[in-house]
Design a protein around this ligand. Structure first.
Ligand code: PSU
Ligand code: MN
Length: 306
């Protein structure tokens, strides 16, 4: 095992005994939600994974260690420090590790560390993608490249229209990443169940998700799989309200010249302010919903292995 990786005892025990484990990211804690809702949500998500029969492994970089399994104290620390923690993508790992710094892991780095630890399923809210206007800014999230090369299943609620959803799907197609709709043939748009874009396949059970992912691994096809799970109807937001808020946030980001890694955190915070917190409430619910599906799917994968 590489000397930079530190797997918690609980997670290591689960892995040794072929018990289901679900990875969770830490940028959603530090940069994706405000304190203290970020910490409350992170702990609730861990609890939900336990209730559904799996072991949670919140992933982060602490003091230069790649942690698979954070303690509640470490989650509180990351949540309180918020945007002062470095948002760590693939390119940030070498220097952060050499300097023994802290880092909040994005979808990209959470996948990298999960794969190093032997964890195959990861639950989050939304992934990064091709940003609107990427034809001139070239702002395309490293998350898409990671999905193309690292063998982890990512369960999310689709992508937000802060991104160009059509271009994001095209990119994933080029890179050979299967995009699955859970119980739907339409790509969910995070806060709402509908985007107007189709996905490759509809799958209705955790067992079939497990079989498809297992087939990919066994064939030796590199890369992960993206499972898009629509927000439950009762928590979804009215499309006109959320789309207006997103357009307004994107306009403001352009006006202020926000770019690069600041872009996604800025937009998320702006949308929350414009919607008076309604988007945060929806965000929390969709993450819990993804945690449930990921836990069941991780369990189904361990049954296939036997
Ligand atoms: N989308 C969300 N919440 C988040 C993120 C995206 O709804 O917290 C975070 C994730 O960590 C994701 C990252 O991997 O933003 C993407 O950032 P960028 O667009 O800079 O690649
Ligand atoms: Mn970017």
């Amino acid at each position: 095992m590489n000397k930079y990786l530190s797997i918690s005892e609980e997670v290591q025990n689960a892995l040794n005994n072929n018990k289901p484990v679900v990875a969770l990211e830490s940028t959603i804690i530090s940069h994706g939600m405000p304190y203290p809702q970020n910490v409350e949500t992170a702990l609730r998500v861990e609890q939900t994974i336990r209730e559904n029969g799996a072991t949670p492994a919140t992933i982060a970089i602490i003091g230069g260690k790649l942690k698979a399994g954070c303690t509640p104290e470490e989650i509180e620390y990351l949540g309180k420090k918020g945007q002062d923690v470095i948002k760590a993508s693939r390119r940030d790992l070498p220097v952060l590790i050499a300097r023994k710094e802290d880092g909040a892991t994005t979808v990209t780095t959470t996948m990298i560390i999960a794969a190093m630890a032997g964890i195959r399923v990861f639950a989050t809210g939304g992934i990064g993608g091709v940003h609107r206007g990427a034809e001139t800014t070239m702002d395309i999230s490293a998350d898409l490249e990671e999905l193309a090369q690292t063998p982890v299943m990512v369960v999310c609620a689709g992508a937000k229209s802060i991104l160009d959803l059509g271009l994001t799907l095209e990119y994933l197609e080029t890179k050979g990443v299967p995009v699955i709709g859970y119980g739907t043939k339409e790509l969910p748009a995070f806060y709402t169940r509908h985007s107007g874009f189709g996905v490759d396949y509809r799958i209705d059970t955790p067992e079939e998700l497990a079989q498809a992912f297992n087939a990919k691994l066994q064939m030796g096809l590199k890369g992960g799989m993206l499972v898009t799970n629509p927000i439950p109807e009762e928590y979804s937001m009215p499309a006109e309200i959320i789309n207006k808020a997103i357009d307004q946030a994107v306009e403001e980001a352009n006006r202020l010249g926000i770019r690069g890694k600041q872009s996604t955190p800025f937009l998320l915070a702006k949308i929350k302010d414009i919607t008076g917190g309604d988007s945060l409430a929806a965000n929390i619910q969709l993450v819990l919903n993804n945690a449930r599906l990921a836990a069941k799917t991780a369990a189904a994968i361990t049954h296939l292995d036997k």
